[in-house]
Ligand binder design. Structure first.
Ligand SMILES: [Cu+2]
Length: 535
């Protein structure tokens, strides 16, 4: 990254003076950091050109991969696209001892990996000029960056490798996979946005929406030096413009958990047709050679694993074969834009001889247990939500994600509302826990919903699309990344995600004004954001 990676220990004080040398207002949001709302980057505290803003707060988070990016109202997408993002890594004693037992070292075999796409002009300069349609769909790029590098190659010792993945794209969803020897390499998901999962989970793919972090562990202990291991985006349906009733079949598996939330209204929304045509009208079948194909130096070892789809995926990515048909939104994208859901290589890891013994444990050993990332109050709230006698006592708020208006005027809304700097439509009692039901309309787009200031637990996914159900890890429809503390959660078209928000964090000031918004930065800048008053 060009920007500093802050590595701080829990309990330390973090102080920083920001000088705004831009020609427009800005403010830094510490994404996932438990800092007071005046420190957290509320757009009310934007610093104008030439102004400064002083940050000074105690770091109370448990160990986690957090990050920072601008949060001025209306131009967050522009400034993030210019590259104003970086990591904020919190470490603590438990996590350091876990890393030591595993033999991973930050910067060597424990690597922050920020993934973002940008739109570049022929001279390589970033272009950011969203039209009203782009504010509805999101700004997709024609170039993929890993830690600000294209075609990134990273040397890693042939041992355990911990990757702290961040989707820093403005709008692009990723379906992360790992390939080695021309076949999918299963990995272990160990942490989500706010820290470690309750138990490690094996996976071959994870969806990551803008704003989300996922920590994965690769076991490369048996790998010979000079082996190439690729971090890839796997093909998927971006679901940009779903129509009523899409994918209704096969959703029964997750309908039983909450009949109320699972019932979908079938009200006609004819005004949406202009802005979001049906997917079927916008299929494209052109060939999209992988820009990274020429850089692949992997040999074909013939060691194919996994099912047919994954082998085909490997072929697409390795040999630059044509991408699967994908929908690309309400308007034709410039020819060279990477369609969302098309496969590409993000970065290639190259193994080297380990400089130290890879791990204290013999090869057959499972990694050590994960550190505990849940505070006592968070655990108590989860227990309350799971116990039949108390679960109905938890207050529920419902949030409906939908497009309002028509044509160029249409905006993504939360409960029909867009951002008003001074309105506080969401109110929560301090030191409480609430269940929030995030319901995305059927005819919609995926929306990664981010809450500032507090973490939440995903309780269940209802009416998930097939490609999400396929990755479910439990009977509640939850995927691997749902099984740890979260601050950003992806809600697919037609889906309802039930989360339990832990508002118990003891901020010194009783009243806290935070934000709840979509992390598709064009959606956010167009107003898909609301104030949350906790008092
Ligand atoms: Cu959105």
């Amino acid at each position: 990254m060009h920007n500093p990676t802050f590595v701080v220990r829990r309990g330390e004080r973090f102080a920083l003076r920001m000088e705004n040398t831009l020609k427009e207002p800005t403010i830094i949001h510490w994404h996932g950091v438990e800092c007071d709302w005046r420190q957290a980057g509320h757009p009310r505290y934007e610093a104008g050109p030439g102004q400064t803003y002083n940050y000074d707060f105690p770091v109370t988070n448990r160990a986690a991969t957090l990050w920072y990016h601008p949060h001025p109202h209306g131009v967050t997408g522009k400034q993030a696209h210019q590259g104003l993002v970086g990591f904020f890594i919190v470490r603590d004693a438990q996590e350091e001892s876990f890393a030591e037992r595993l033999g991973v070292r930050l910067g060597v075999s424990d690597l922050p990996v920020a993934i973002h796409d940008r739109r570049l002009d022929p001279s390589g300069q970033p272009i950011y000029a969203p039209t009203p349609e782009d504010f509805q769909m999101g700004w997709l790029g024609n170039a993929v960056f890993c830690n600000n590098e294209r075609h990134a190659r990273i040397s890693v010792p042939a041992g355990y490798v911990r990757l702290r993945l961040l989707n820093a794209c403005n709008a692009r969803l990723l379906k992360l996979g790992v390939m080695a020897h021309d076949a999918p390499l299963p990995f272990t998901v160990i942490a989500a946005d706010g820290g470690f999962l309750t138990a490690p989970v094996s996976a071959k793919a994870v969806f990551m929406a803008p704003g989300e972090r996922t920590e994965i562990l690769l076991d490369l202990r048996r790998f010979a030096p000079e082996t190439a291991v690729s971090i890839v985006n796997l093909p998927f349906d971006p679901m940009h413009n779903e129509h009523e009733g899409h994918g209704a079949a096969g959703h029964d598996g997750h309908n039983g958990h909450d009949g109320q939330a699972g019932q979908k209204t079938s009200a006609a929304h004819s005004d949406h047709q202009q802005a979001i045509p049906h997917a079927a009208d916008n299929r494209l079948n052109s060939s999209h050679p992988s820009p990274h194909a020429a850089h692949s130096e992997q040999e074909n070892h013939g060691a194919h694993e996994g099912h047919r789809e994954q082998e085909e995926t490997a072929a697409h990515i390795q040999h630059g074969a044509s991408a699967p048909p994908v929908s690309h939104g309400a308007h034709a994208l410039p020819q060279d834009i990477l369609p969302e859901g098309s496969p590409f290589v993000i970065a290639t890891l190259q193994t080297t001889l380990p400089d130290t013994k890879p791990s204290q444990s013999p090869l057959s050993d499972v990694p050590p247990a994960l550190p505990d990332s849940y505070s006592p109050s968070f655990k108590a709230a989860i227990a309350l939500s799971e116990h039949p006698a108390t679960k109905d006592e938890i207050p529920v708020q419902r949030f409906r994600l939908a497009l309002s208006g028509s044509g160029h005027e249409a905006k993504w809304t939360i409960n029909g509302l867009t951002f008003d700097m001074h309105a506080t439509p969401i109110r929560v009692p301090a030191r409480s826990a609430e269940i929030w039901e995030l319901e995305n309309e059927q005819r919609s787009m995926p929306h990664p919903m981010h809450l500032h200031g507090y973490f939440f637990q995903v309780l269940a996914r209802v009416n998930s699309p097939q490609q999400v159900q396929e990755l479910a890890q439990d009977a509640k429809g939850r995927v691997a990344t749902d099984l740890g503390p979260k601050d950003t959660v992806l809600v697919w078209p037609g889906e309802t995600v039930r989360i339990l928000v832990d508002f118990s964090h003891p901020y010194p000031e009783e009243a806290q004004l935070f934000m709840f918004h979509c992390h598709n930065l064009e959606h956010e800048d167009a107003g898909m954001m609301l104030n949350v008053l906790v008092e």
